[in-house]
Structure formats: structure tokens, C-alpha cells
Design a binder for this molecule. Structure first.
Ligand SMILES: C[S@@+](CC[C@H](N)C(=O)[O-])C[C@H]1O[C@@H](n2cnc3c(N)ncnc32)[C@H](O)[C@@H]1O
Length: 182
């Protein structure tokens, strides 16, 4: 058992809790089973959560959390729903654990959404992207997104990767994007 080198979700949550400067508004771009959303709602005043699978979204809605607005639509339309500056935006890519593996995030939509998120995030805010290259679409998605992240100007966005150094290339990885305060 490892404390740090293990669960990427736990690491993501700890990074957000430690480094976010304000905790007013967060967006979960991939609601799924709602674990990330639960973390966000406990730490931010308001959370928007996107999910394309109606069943997963409805299941989360049953919890009736009054600071979460669930949006049953693709995260590429994020700007149609959110007009204000956001403190933190999370992407946990791939398919729903325990669900239909054919319904997965796809590169083109994720890229479009992340581009919009880069504008929505407030200076000093964070975008986190957990990528899972262990399946075909996930591999394509990670490669495409990583190429895009490399093009981000370093004076505007700090980009850092966490990955497993001594596991195989299919293991998940985490990208943290911080928008410069200046
Ligand atoms: C790895 S799971 C997310 C796990 C989740 N954050 C949790 O804590 O349980 C990815 C989810 O993204 C959803 N998804 C796929 N494409 C999407 C899109 N374009 N917009 C919003 N959600 C999407 C999938 O249906 C799936 O439920």
C-alpha cells in the first residue's frame, strides 16, 4: 500500500485542496459515479457537473445536494452553461467504472472543452486532467491532449504531469494546469 504513489483521484483532490486559492465555484466535467463531485461539493460553495449518460446523472441527482447543478450534456458545451470565472475544473477521462466501456470521453470533445476551460478558469485557478491510455480511444485522447498541452504558453499556464515512472505506458497519468496569477 502506498500513501502518495497510488490513487490518482486522491492525489488530485489533495492538490486541489492544497493549492486552490479560492473555493467559490468548481466544475466536474465528467461526473460518472460522483466521487470527484462529492469531493468538490464538500470543498466549494457551488459545483456544476457534466455527464452524457442520463442514468449516471440521474443517480447523482437523487442525492439532492443543493450546491450541485447536474448538466446532462457534453462538457464541450461548458460555455453555454457557465458564464462566470471558475476556481477549479476537473476532468477524469475515460469510461464509467463498472459501466459501458464503449461510452468514453473522446479526444475531440475533450480538447474542445479544455480549450473553453482555459478561458473560464480564473487567474490562479486549476484544471486537472486524469488520462487513461489503457484503451484505444484513451491512448489517442492522451496523445492528442498532451500535444496540445505542450503548446500552452508557459507565461500564462503552468503545466505539470504526474505519472507512474516504473509502471507500463498504459498506466494513468495526471496533468495539472495552473493559470498564472499575473
Ligand atoms: C472516468 S468516468 C468519471 C469518474 C468520476 N469523475 C467519478 O468520480 O466517479 C468518465 C465519465 O465521463 C463521462 N463522459 C464521457 N464523455 C463525456 C462528455 N463529452 N461530457 C461529459 N461527460 C462525459 C462518461 O459517461 C463517464 O461517466
Amino acid at each position: 500500500m502506498y500513501s502518495y504513489v497510488g490513487d490518482l483521484s486522491k492525489l488530485t483532490h489533495n492538490i486541489i485542496k492544497s493549492y486552490c486559492r479560492s473555493f467559490d465555484l468548481a466544475v466536474d466535467c465528467t461526473l460518472g459515479n460522483g466521487q470527484d463531485c462529492d469531493f468538490l461539493r464538500e470543498n466549494f460553495k457551488k459545483v456544476y457537473a457534466f455527464e452524457i449518460q442520463e442514468e449516471a446523472a440521474k443517480k447523482y441527482l437523487e442525492k439532492k445536494h443543493n450546491n450541485v447543478e447536474v448538466i446532462i450534456n457534453s462538457h464541450e458545451y461548458i460555455k453555454d452553461y457557465i458564464k462566470e470565472e471558475v476556481d477549479c475544473i476537473m476532468y477524469n477521462l475515460g469510461f464509467l467504472p463498472g459501466g459501458d466501456k464503449n461510452i468514453t470521453t473522446i479526444y475531440e470533445a475533450s480538447l474542445e472543452s479544455i480549450k473553453e476551460s482555459l478561458e473560464l478558469i480564473r487567474p490562479g485557478g486549476f484544471i486537472t486532467v486524469a488520462a487513461y491510455p489503457g484503451h484505444e480511444e484513451g491512448r489517442k485522447e492522451k496523445e492528442g491532449l498532451y500535444s496540445f498541452f505542450k503548446t500552452l504558453p508557459k507565461n500564462k499556464f503552468g503545466v505539470m504531469e504526474h505519472n507512474f515512472f516504473n509502471r507500463n505506458s498504459n498506466s494513468p497519468s495526471l496533468i495539472i494546469i495552473e493559470k498564472n496569477l499575473i
